[in-house]
Write a new protein. Structure first.
Length: 93
């Protein structure tokens, strides 16, 4: 499995969520709504989730093992750091 595209949407509002990311796997499968979060120990990713009937959040899609999670997180955080260096897009009228 290769991550063939990463799209970062920076969040400019104050708060712990810093970006929302979409990744493409092998040019064939996309995972949307991965969040970049600022935690006490630095940045980390949160996989897309939904709130269940009992109020708990459950991941909709997630890596099966920690190696894959680490790889995905590393690539996403590198892409986020690059996006921080780019100017924010101006709204078009």
């Amino acid at each position: 499995m290769r991550i063939t595209d990463v799209r970062v949407r920076k969040i400019t509002k104050e708060g712990k969520m810093k970006a929302v990311v979409s990744i493409t796997l092998d040019d064939e499968f996309v995972v949307h709504d991965i969040k970049v979060i600022e935690g006490e120990k630095g940045l980390f990713i949160a996989m897309p989730s939904k709130k269940s009937a009992d109020g708990e959040y459950r991941d909709i899609a997630h890596p099966i093992n920690s190696n894959t999670r680490d790889t995905i997180q590393k690539i996403i955080l590198e892409s986020y750091e690059k996006a921080l260096l780019e100017p924010d897009e101006e709204p078009t009228a």
